[in-house]
Design a protein around this ligand. Structure first.
Ligand SMILES: Nc1ncnc2c1ncn2[C@@H]1O[C@H](COP(=O)(O)OP(=O)(O)OP(=O)(O)O)[C@@H](O)[C@H]1O
Ligand SMILES: [Mg+2]
Length: 510
């Protein structure tokens, strides 16, 4: 590696260990100024760790970091910020009950001569950045009330407000809708046109093709290759990353649906965000044994409320939810599990896991009171660990020996695999999968899709709710479009295309 100011970033021979786990093994990467550079790798490959080292959050055990050709000892994020590096993390770091402006200026407040916060001046500065890059936001809205896509803009604005020239975006599109993704790619191009440099971590090959100039691939902590994005296909990228042939399309035979086992009738639920408004306005749907029903829709059209109502995390105002003939609405989550409904929730950290618990403890969250996991109120860790090991090996959770690791130490994708394994181990009649492949690498996505189809073929009913239209179109046997709290169209997979569903998702008529 020749050190040169042509590169915004050069990381040379980086090695990082966490205890016995070697997260990065002699990885080098160089990023040309004014380009968009993707970092690709499987879940747990070390992408976030590498970027956290660049941002000074972690220190490398070995290796060097150069910014604009100058060696920098990246001891902490303050030094990264001084060197005009900004990072938008995989899991956002905003203060939910502060406003957009307050979040942006937090830690870099403009004060007038007598030490008073000069909000007016700060807002003017924010406006300038908003204008320049087309990053429209509602400055006075509370973070808790704005969409995830908007929250992300706030994160980007935060880095620009601090003067960042090099932006690190860790999986920025994992939580965005297709339209928001397009907007983000446009914003990225505007930033580049202005001379900024962007490093983007993403699992979505389509987006790498649409946005990036170069792509560095790492696999299990080791550098594999850096490629010119123009000259490589999505399939070639996937194969390089996983080290084997990956199928990018879902393989399945036609469904053989049986009797209806799950029904939602005329469901009404009031909105928690917008008081006095109904988030679900008479929603009905049915699912048969042996079929995957996909609910397609733009975020915020009632998907979250539907899942919360089914899982009894919130009350319904009217309507019925029935599984195997039993009404479950307005009962308790425990009753939902008893009625053989398993859920892979959208927000794995909020709803799916206890981050401070070990992997083993997390796999028995729903069954810790059952024999053999506990006896006379005492947990039997021998049995718990055995069960956890089965899930770890069956679902290829990495690292292999993570049974007693705190689950927060696993990479995002591996956390998801633990949840999926746990929920399927419950042997449900209805499996609800909300964004089940969010943040997963293509190899893992292929695997999760295979598992959902397998569950279907075992005669289970699967309710798939996803913001990724591609996923719905390729995986679901039947597709229902949700818009403004209602199902506005239902189709068999073979009789519908992206345009029709897209139109209905946007509130159009066919
Ligand atoms: N704080 C930590 N303590 C212990 N191990 C860690 C810690 N952070 C990361 N690791 C381990 O380092 C490895 C790399 O993790 P990292 O988060 O960098 O992966 P990633 O490539 O970003 O994956 P993903 O796509 O799932 O986000 C994993 O095996 C992970 O378990
Ligand atoms: Mg990561």
């Amino acid at each position: 590696m020749k050190i040169s100011s042509e590169y915004a970033v050069q990381m040379k021979n980086i090695t990082k260990n966490f205890g016995d786990c070697r997260a990065l093994d002699d990885v080098s990467i160089e990023i040309k100024k004014g380009t968009i550079h993707a970092v690709l790798g499987e879940n747990g490959a070390g992408k976030t760790t590498l970027m956290n080292i660049l941002y000074g959050l972690y220190q490398a055990d070995e290796g060097e970091v150069y910014i604009n050709g100058k060696r920098i000892n990246m001891k902490n994020p303050n030094i990264a910020i001084e060197n005009k590096i900004g990072m938008v993390h995989q899991h956002f770091m905003l203060v939910e009950n502060f406003t957009v402006s307050q979040n942006i200026i937090l830690g870099k407040e403009v004060v007038s001569c007598c030490g008073i916060l000069d909000m007016k001046k700060a807002k003017e500065e924010i406006d300038k950045i908003v204008e320049k890059y087309g990053l429209k936001v509602d400055k006075d809205a509370k973070i808790a009330d704005i969409s995830v896509g908007m929250q992300q803009r706030v994160e980007i604005l935060k880095t620009l407000y601090r003067g960042a020239d090099i932006l690190i975006l860790d999986e920025p599109t994992a939580v965005l809708t297709p339209q928001e993704i397009k907007d983000l790619i446009e914003i990225m191009h505007r930033l580049i046109a202005d001379g900024k440099t962007i490093i983007i971590i993403t699992h979505k090959l389509k987006e790498i093709k649409a946005s990036s100039d170069a792509c560095t691939i790492i696999r299990r902590g080791k550098y594999i290759d850096t490629v010119d994005v123009k000259n490589i296909t999505q399939t070639e990228l996937a194969d390089k990353m996983v080290g084997r042939n990956v199928k990018l399309v879902v393989e399945k035979t036609p469904a053989k649906p049986g009797k209806v086992i799950f029904e939602v009738e005329d469901l009404t639920v009031t909105s928690k965000v917008h008081k006095g408004i109904n988030a679900l306005k008479g929603l009905s749907l049915k699912i048969r044994k042996g079929e995957i029903l996909g609910v397609a829709g733009v975020d915020g059209n009632g998907q979250k409320e539907l899942v919360e109502a089914i899982t009894c995390l919130s009350k319904v105002s009217s309507g019925v939810i029935k599984i195997n003939g039993n009404k479950i609405q307005n009962t308790k989550p425990k009753n939902v599990i008893k009625n053989k409904i398993s859920t892979i929730h959208e927000d794995r950290q909020k709803r799916g896991l206890v981050l401070d618990f070990s992997v083993a403890e997390n796999v028995i969250l729903e069954r810790y009171k059952e024999y053999p996991y506990s006896k006379a109120g005492i947990l039997n860790y021998g049995e718990i660990n055995k069960f956890a090991k089965e899930i770890i090996s069956e679902y290829d959770v990495r690292p292999e020996d993570c049974v007693n690791m705190q689950i927060r130490e696993l990479s995002g994708g591996n956390q998801q695999k633990v949840i999926i394994g746990r929920e399927i181990a419950n042997d449900p009649d209805l499996l609800i999968a909300v964004q089940p492949t969010r943040g997963l690498d293509v190899g893992a996505i292929e695997y999760v899709h295979k598992i959902l189809v397998e569950q279907r073929d075992k005669g289970k009913a699967v309710l798939l709710i996803s913001l990724e239209l591609d996923e719905i179109l390729s995986l679901a046997d039947r597709i229902a479009v949700i818009y403004d709290g209602k199902i506005v169209g239902e189709f068999l997979q073979e009789e519908v295309n992206e345009n029709t569903v897209g139109l209905l998702m946007a509130g159009g008529k066919i």
